[in-house]
Design a protein around this ligand. Structure first.
Ligand code: HEC
Ligand code: HEC
Ligand code: HEC
Length: 118
């Protein structure tokens, strides 16, 4: 399946972009304690029910190297450790194809709930 292949390719590409070995997938449960708002919203979303699941790390990159709080607090370090912020093009690997609804700015903003800045 093309969609799955592109997600896997993105996963591998992000892993290989790092020098010191491949970051590993740690699972959404590892993100939950610090990102409860996003976790609960994602859990209720269509993405959480896909097979294979489209979890936090399928969009944000495998988390073993960036999940430590001292790295997470430093955006540059987190990025270096494999944290990705997906763009609409990444969503469009699925959205707008087959029967998946097309990507719009409104859809993009609704990917999951966001913690209010404050
Ligand atoms: C120990 C707590 C902790 C864990 C575990 C954690 N994070 Fe974070 N994360 C943070 C903090 C602190 C920030 C800084 C911004 C903030 O306060 O939300 C952050 C920021 C982020 C950002 C925003 C980065 C940006 O540039 O705006 C993303 C995306 C993210 N985390 C994803 C994840 C994912 C995915 C996981 C699980 C693999 C995870 N985090 C695990 C604490 C954590
Ligand atoms: C692996 C394929 C895939 C990727 C990648 C993907 N999605 Fe989805 N998404 C789906 C499917 C399938 C659905 C459920 C069917 C539908 O809504 O058309 C869905 C549903 C959604 C919904 C829910 C619509 C609703 O009414 O509840 C939103 C919002 C969404 N996606 C946003 C995004 C955003 C933003 C991105 C990129 C950051 C993204 N998606 C990436 C497959 C994907
Ligand atoms: C379908 C792809 C997708 C999935 C799955 C996903 N995210 Fe996100 N995430 C995004 C996008 C897109 C943004 C917003 C980027 C922007 O505004 O440029 C974002 C933003 C964030 C942020 C920054 C603060 C905020 O809320 O805007 C955090 C933290 C975060 N995600 C954590 C998570 C965690 C934890 C999970 C799993 C429970 C998760 N994400 C699942 C696509 C995703």
């Amino acid at each position: 399946m093309v969609l799955i292949r592109s997600v896997v390719a993105a996963f591998i590409a992000s892993a290989c972009a790092l020098s010191g070995g491949a970051p590993a997938h740690v699972g959404a449960g590892a993100c939950k304690p610090c990102h409860k708002v996003q976790f609960e919203s994602w859990s209720a979303s269509a993405h959480a029910k896909l097979k294979p699941v489209l979890d936090c790390e399928a969009c944000h990159g495998p988390g073993s190297e960036y999940k430590a709080v001292r790295i997470m607090k430093d955006p540059a370090a987190a990025k270096k450790a494999g944290l990705l912020m997906p763009d609409k093009a990444q969503c469009a690997t699925c959205h707008g194809k087959k029967k998946v609804s097309p990507m719009t700015d409104a859809m993009f903003a609704k990917v999951h709930a966001h913690k209010k800045k404050g």
